[in-house]
Design a protein around this ligand. Structure first.
Ligand SMILES: NC(=O)c1ccc[n+]([C@@H]2O[C@H](COP(=O)([O-])OP(=O)(O)OC[C@H]3O[C@@H](n4cnc5c(N)ncnc54)[C@H](OP(=O)(O)O)[C@@H]3O)[C@@H](O)[C@H]2O)c1
Length: 198
C-alpha cells in the first residue's frame, strides 16, 4: 500500500514508519522537521511541511492509497478531507483520544478533561468532520501512551468507554494498531478504542 504518514517524526509516527516499511508498504513521511526523522533505508519519500497548510497536504496525498494521521486535530482533518477528496484518495486513519467520548472512570476522565479540554474539544471536532466526510475513515482513539517496549498486542473495542485492557499503551503497539486498522477494510466507518493488552 502507498501510505502517507502525517506526524511522521513524532514518537508514534516513527514507529508507524518503521513497522510500515517492515510490512512491505511504500511509506512516505510527512513532517514539519524531517531532520528529526530516523534513518530508514526503506522509506519511499519525505514531504517537509505543516499539515495546516492545504497546498502542502494536497501535494503529499497525490498518488497515495491511504493516509495515517499519527497526530490528530481539526485543521489537519479539514485539510486532509479537502485534499483527499480532490485527489481521489479515500482511506484515512486518524488519531484521537479515548478521553474524547469517555465518561468512565469518572475521576480520571474529569481530570483529563480539566487539563486537556482544548485538545479534546478540537479532536471531537475532527472526529465529527471525518464522520461526515464521505471518505473511508477510521478513528483510532488511543488511551495513555508511553514508550515502553511493544507487547505485540492491544485491546480494541468500539464503545465510548473502555471495555477492558490496560490504561497504558505503548506507542509501538499503538503504531501496530494504526497499521492493522488501515489494512482492514472492515474497520472503515468505525471509531476504535485502543487500550493496552491485559
Ligand atoms: N500522549 C498520550 O497519552 C496520548 C493519548 C491519546 C492520544 N494521543 C494523541 O496521539 C498522537 C500521537 O502522540 P505522540 O505522543 O506520538 O505525539 P508526538 O510525539 O508529540 O508527535 C506528534 C507529531 O506530530 C507532529 N505535528 C503536530 N502538528 C503538526 C502539523 N500541523 N503538521 C505536521 N506535523 C505536525 C509533530 O511535529 P513536530 O515534531 O514538528 O512538533 C510531532 O512530530 C497525538 O496527536 C496525541 O494527541 C496522545
Amino acid at each position: 500500500m502507498k501510505l502517507l504518514v502525517i506526524g511522521a517524526a513524532g514518537r508514534t509516527g516513527k514507529h508507524v514508519l518503521a513497522q510500515g516499511i517492515e510490512r512491505g508498504h511504500e511509506i512516505t513521511a510527512f513532517a514539519r522537521r524531517p531532520d528529526s526523522l530516523p534513518d530508514l533505508p526503506g522509506l519511499t519519500g519525505v514531504h517537509q511541511g505543516d499539515a495546516h497548510d492545504l497546498d502542502t497536504v494536497r501535494t503529499a496525498v497525490q498518488g497515495q492509497d491511504a493516509v495515517i494521521a499519527a497526530v490528530g486535530g481539526s485543521r489537519i482533518a479539514s485539510n486532509l478531507i479537502t485534499a483527499m477528496r480532490e485527489r481521489g484518495v479515500s482511506r484515512l486513519v486518524m488519531t484521537s483520544s479515548r478521553s474524547v467520548p469517555a465518561t468512565r472512570p469518572r475521576l480520571a476522565v474529569a481530570l483529563a478533561w480539566l487539563f486537556f479540554r482544548e485538545a479534546y474539544v478540537d479532536l471531537a471536532r475532527a472526529e465529527g468532520m471525518l464522520q461526515v466526510s464521505g471518505l473511508g475513515w477510521s478513528i483510532a482513539r488511543a488511551t495513555m501512551l508511553n514508550d515502553k517496549p511493544p507487547s505485540g498486542r492491544v485491546h480494541v473495542d468500539f464503545e465510548a468507554n473502555a471495555t477492558g485492557g490496560a490504561m497504558q499503551l505503548s506507542r509501538a503497539d499503538y503504531a501496530m494498531a494504526l497499521l492493522d486498522t488501515v489494512e482492514n477494510a472492515d474497520l472503515i466507518g468505525k471509531a476504535l478504542g485502543i487500550c493496552g493488552p491485559r
